[in-house]
Design a protein around this ligand. Structure first.
Ligand code: GDP
Ligand code: IMO
Ligand code: MG
Length: 428
């Protein structure tokens, strides 16, 4: 059995796409288990850049099986566009499988997401309909892929739901209604395009695990965006944490071998909500510029700050991390001094564990250790031992502070800019 769950250890955009693509070379199955097109996973291969939202980041290996699990919020408009774009770029998507139990993002989900954002409630969402979709799933008024494929039941259910949604759109938001017949036509088309890819992916993945295949579960978003464990309400509406892989792919916890947390060498966040190490000065601007920190999905500038080890320890605990994959170390190349937050000061008290209360977090001031920067271009280095001493010291400090060893280090977006320090698919 050789299974790895890969999760974002911070607020998303840690470089999960790049690391998934890298690990996919050795994997047989790559499985997305939650989130939807709010995710933006970048994979760079040679001169080509791919920005994936719903298709797993293993897709660039056409012989591997890519799976969209039941926990994913599946937007057929975006998925089909992504498939068409990949095909037009010569990427074969014949091995893409879609769970019959995944929930379908409908146009009213996206509209409601935007209306809610424009109104009083500002989370800074991606407006991809994620909150309204998962709300419908939990309140048992959603459509699963299997429901969409049912030619008899779908029209009937859609009619009732559209009536209800139109009532909310018109009466509560003063917005325009959807026309049932138009939606039905549109979604009948999607159903037929998706149908050949749909299967019971839990069965497929479990059979693969039992057959000794290597399975990589690709998380979207990050630990602090988890609906239960993140900085609620400034979170997404799914479970990016490792436990989410079991529910969102239909595999038992006893089937998971390793959990890799992807950690950016500093911290970023998109959208609203407290962020203790955020920098509002030129250092923050320099990180944004050097790290090209602009949202893959929305193009928004990402908020930037120093690495926060309180968050890393929290992520290690919530996810049961066995390894960390460190990304974007090269972004810190030019800094004379680099800082890591080791604890917070709150009203004169020292806090070492990530607080539950957002009001406390808002007032937390980071306590930093300062280290010398390496001030050397490391983007071409391929072995950990060859990194400058100061860069190794920074990495070693990260490991010491979060208590989890590294398996990978990335020093650039390309495939070759990745150092392996432990084979996560190797038997324990
Ligand atoms: P994800 O959502 O976690 O997959 O991350 P994103 O793709 O949204 O953002 C990460 C960005 O950093 C992408 O543009 C990647 O190409 C880029 N990237 C990933 N790893 C590295 C790295 O080690 N160094 C640099 N400079 N860029 C990286
Ligand atoms: P990847 O997979 C970073 C953020 C949004 C917003 C909050 C809720 O690329 O790391 P949502 O649209 O999910 O309801 O928005 O979550 N967010 C992300 N931030 N990376 C992501 O995905 C994100 N997906 C959602 O900015 O603050
Ligand atoms: Mg992203």
């Amino acid at each position: 059995m050789s299974t790895v769950v890969l999760v974002g250890a911070q607020w998303g955009d840690e470089g999960k796409g790049k690391i998934t693509d890298f690990l996919a070379e050795k994997a047989d199955y790559i499985v997305r288990y939650q989130g939807g097109s709010n995710a933006g996973h970048t994979v760079v291969v040679g001169n080509e850049k791919f920005q994936l939202h719903l298709v797993p980041s293993g897709i660039l290996y056409p012989d591997k099986v890519s799976v969209i699990g039941n926990g994913v919020a599946l937007d057929p408009v975006i998925l089909l566009k992504e498939i068409d774009d990949l095909s037009s770029r010569g990427i074969d998507v014949k091995n893409l499988k879609i769970s019959s139990r995944a929930h379908i993002v409908m146009p009213y989900h996206k509209k409601l997401d935007s209306l809610q954002e424009n109104g009083g409630r500002r989370i800074g969402t991606t407006r991809r309909g994620i909150g309204p979709l998962y709300a419908d799933k939990i309140s048992r008024t959603g459509f699963r892929v299997i429901d969409l494929l049912d030619k008899d039941l779908f029209p009937e259910r859609l009619k009732a739901i559209v009536e209800e949604k139109n009532c909310i759109l018109e009466k509560i938001y003063g917005s325009t209604a959807f026309v049932y017949e138009e939606l039905l036509d549109e979604f009948r088309y999607y159903a037929e395009r998706l149908r050949p890819m749909v299967t019971d992916t839990s069965l497929l993945v479990n059979q693969a695990i039992d057959a000794g295949k290597k399975v990589l579960f690709e998380g979207a978003q990050g630990t602090l965006l988890d609906i239960d464990h993140g900085t609620y309400p400034y979170v997404t509406s799914s479970h990016p944490v490792s436990g989410g892989a079991c529910v969102g792919a239909g595999v038992g916890p006893t089937k998971i071998n390793r959990v890799v947390g992807v950690v950016k060498a500093y911290t970023t966040r998109v959208g609203e909500g407290p962020f203790p190490t955020e920098l509002f000065n030129e250092t923050g601007d320099l990180i944004r510029q050097r790290g090209d920190e602009y949202g893959t999905t929305t193009g928004r500038p990402r908020r930037c700050g120093w690495l926060d080890a309180v968050i890393l320890r929290y992520a290690a605990r919530i996810n049961g991390l066995t390894d960390i994959a460190i990304t974007k170390l090269d972004v810190l190349d030019t800094f004379e001094k680099v800082k890591i937050c080791t604890a917070y000061r709150y009203r004169g008290q020292i806090i070492r564990e990530f607080p539950e209360s957002l009001e406390v977090l808002r007032e937390c001031e980071p306590i930093y250790i300062e280290m010398d920067g390496w001030q050397q271009d490391i983007a071409g280095i391929t072995r950990f031992e060859d990194l400058p001493l100061k860069a190794r010291e920074y990495v070693n400090k990260m490991v010491e502070l979060c208590g989890v060893n590294h398996c990978l280090l990335a020093v650039g977006p390309g495939r070759s800019q990745t150092m392996v320090t432990r084979d996560v698919f190797a038997p324990a």
